[in-house]
Design a protein around this ligand. Sequence first.
Ligand code: AMP
Length: 543
Amino acid sequence: MRGLMMDNPLLISSIVEHADINFPDREIVSVMSDDLIHRYTYRDCFKRVRKLANALTSIGLSEGDRIATIAWNDYRHLEAYYAIGGAGYVCHTINPRLFPEQIVFMINHAEDKWLMIDPLFIPLIEKLSSQIPNVEGYIVMGDEESIKNTSLDNVISYEKLIGNESDQFSWPHLDEKSAMGLCYTSGTTGDPKGVLYNHRAMVLHAFALIAPDAMNLSNRDCVLPVVPLFHVNSWGSPYGAMMVGAKIVYPGPKMADGETLYNLMEDEGVSVSLGVPTVWLVLLQYAAEHNKKLESLQRTVIGGAAVPESMIREFHEKHDVFVQQAWGMTEMSPLGTVMSLKHGMQDLTHDAIVELQTKQGRGMFGVEMRIVNDDQEILPWDGKAFGALQVRGPWVCSDYYKLEGNAGSHTDDGWFNTGDVAKIDPDGFMQITDRTKDVIKSGGEWISSIEIENTAMGHPAIAEAAVIGVYSEKWTERPLLIVVKNKDQKLSKEEIMTFMDGKIAKWWIPDDVVFIDEIPHTATGKIKKTALREQFSDYKSAE
Ligand code: AMP
């Protein structure tokens, strides 16, 4: 027997309609490329969203057509998110920091019809335009001044495009499973793979992320998403924040500028921020150098890479800010786990809470997790056994765009192989110990490179640490620790070894440490282990 409930589809346009009626006066603040602050309300935003939806419809697009955005976090990019997806097209967000060949690959693979670009990226796109023949035209996200000197063909400024359009738009009644977003994973090997999001997944993901045991977003919050809109839907923040009517603050191109982030937090009353660890290193450094305290921020959601314990402590001890580590993937929209305390854990000691914060968080309703060994046997949640982490749920990808089951990414019984190796404790807190391909196998036993990295990062003289496996005749592989020292600090290999002694298993302690000036990172801020392996391919084990 079918239930008698209405069959309203879960569409992102319903977030626009809800927020427009309920929170018209909430503010959206953006730092723009000219350093000026732009400020307007949800009401103004949605008027422009509808104007853009009208404009896109009038340029002759069909449902499902892809429109790419190459832009920073600001109000126009947010408008594009809702207008493109809401009107029935697919918003393909592109990371401008990728290699140009990868950007070309993605635009061609996605068959993007139009490109919406931040004026700052005009020179980049001018260089690539001859290699992207499917693109019919360019919308530069600025006014007429912004396109004055470009050599791009069929170019129009965003402001002119929407200028004469009506601010009324009738959102189409789409199938909730129709595509509305596309984001490629910038894998370190092979071609990038496209993850195609649908309305249903985005709305369910937004419901999940605002919940108290996840990001706990409410109308009383002011959110600073430093995680880019071009990286996995800015972790779903555009949908979650607008669903509850939170104030939104965007840093524009100043994502990695400690002073801008600090000032935005203080001036705008930011209560919660989202970003990868590298961004917060810059902010903490700025605050320390200028003897400033974060007065307004209450909590920060950090993910994308493991959060060093030293960062968790510094946020807490110097700024009274609670770090919620989160884990997810482009393929998961992205949220899978978020740190939040369970009943009774408030009374734990500070050190015990910090220990929990160093884990990647616990599962949220909507994402099932399991860990398996090499024989696909399910491992216990005992905090000790670690194995390949697999997930499934309504906001986890069922396949990659155009790969039609050929990526080898899913198990026969329908789980997605995350490529992460993890353990899960009896309370459900998951801890990533490695990527499947980064795991070090020494004498047949797995060593967690991330745990060694985190331990090393706890040394006050170490700015960044990476661990790779190097060939060993005796053990097949041994960990090599690669270290970047903090500016002007003296530090010897022996001091690091002594520091690690007792903090990790003895046989995990690397046999050698090398010091370098800079650790290479991927465009999304992760340590590029492939580059390090290449750099140290001739390395001879100390044994
Ligand atoms: P991406 O799809 O670019 O967001 O990358 C997803 C991958 O980033 C995951 O599979 C993990 O390997 C890594 N990752 C994400 N969050 C965390 C975290 N909190 N700690 C450790 N690794 C993480």
